[in-house]
Structures are given as structure tokens and as C-alpha cells.
Design a protein around this ligand. Structure first.
Ligand code: IDP
Length: 140
């Protein structure tokens, strides 16, 4: 089986609630390596590329506004099948539906009507992972 890399983001709600360490801990506890790490407030240009599949959707504007509302931690996690494994660790997109035991199920605090405040992002395929890692870590 191939070693993969995936892009993980701790979104502004996760940073605000001091959940950076907990998210990284869960990745490492599962046996994966954090091979790159940085904290930044993303630009609208970066987010437009990152969320290119969502440009034009009704929630796009508020998603970008939320993602620029504070610092984001970007990490690259590496290991066997890490793309699917991190999606499993993260849980369902909607924190209300995310199972207890998952990052979103356990840690999302600001859900209310805002699906977007779901603590983390993880790449959904090898193609997305390569593209997203290139955007957030151009030197890798
Ligand atoms: P994912 O993050 O679980 O892969 P995607 O469908 O790729 O989910 O959506 C990207 C992000 O856009 C979600 O994590 C969430 O923050 C936001 N989002 C997705 N669907 C909605 C929606 O219907 N309303 C508001 N925000 C949404």
C-alpha cells in the first residue's frame, strides 16, 4: 500500500477554542506523522483556489468570511491511507451528524446553523491532496 499525504486544516473555530493540540494529537495517536505545519490567516485568493469546487454556491461567501476570521493551522499528515483515515477521524461535514468520537462530533462548538464551523478540513482524494498541499505549502 502506498504512503499518502493529506492536507489538514484546523479552521478558525478550532484555533479559537484552543483545539490545535487535540487535533494534532489525534492524528499522531492514529500513527501518522505531521511532516509540515504552519499557522496563518489565509487570503481570499488562497481560499478561492482551495475551495474552487464551491465557488458560486450560496454558502461560499460566508465560508470564505469564516475562514478569514482568524488564524488557521495548516498541516501535512503522512502515512498509509492517511487521506481516508483523516476523513474518518474528522467525521461527517455537519457537526450535528458527526459521530461522537470523531473530531467534529466531539469538538465542534459553534455549529448552530453554521455547518461551516466544523473545526477541521481534510483532503478528499489523492488528487485533491496534491493540489491542496501545493497551495498551502508551495515549498513542499
Ligand atoms: P468537507 O469539509 O467535509 O470535505 P465539503 O462538502 O467539501 O465538506 O465542504 C467544504 C466546507 O464547506 C465544509 O467543511 C463546510 O465548512 C462548508 N460547507 C459545506 N456545505 C455547506 C453548507 O451547506 N452550508 C455552509 N457551509 C457548508
Amino acid at each position: 500500500m502506498a504512503t499518502e499525504r493529506t492536507l489538514v486544516l484546523v479552521k478558525p473555530d478550532g484555533v479559537r477554542h484552543r483545539q490545535i493540540g487535540e487535533v494534532l494529537r489525534r492524528i499522531e495517536a492514529k500513527g501518522y506523522d505531521i511532516v509540515a505545519l504552519q499557522q496563518l490567516v489565509p487570503t481570499a485568493e488562497l481560499l478561492e483556489k482551495h475551495y474552487e469546487e464551491h465557488v458560486g454556491k450560496p454558502f461560499y461567501g460566508s465560508l470564505v468570511e469564516f475562514m478569514m476570521s482568524g488564524p488557521v493551522v495548516a498541516a501535512v499528515a503522512e502515512g498509509e491511507q492517511v487521506i481516508a483515515a483523516f476523513r474518518s477521524l474528522a467525521g461527517a461535514t455537519d457537526p450535528i451528524k458527526a459521530a461522537p468520537g470523531s473530531i467534529r462530533g466531539d469538538l465542534a462548538r459553534d455549529w448552530g446553523t453554521k455547518v461551516q464551523q466544523n473545526v477541521v478540513h481534510g483532503s478528499d482524494s489523492p488528487e485533491s491532496a496534491e493540489r491542496e498541499i501545493g497551495l498551502w505549502f508551495p515549498a513542499l
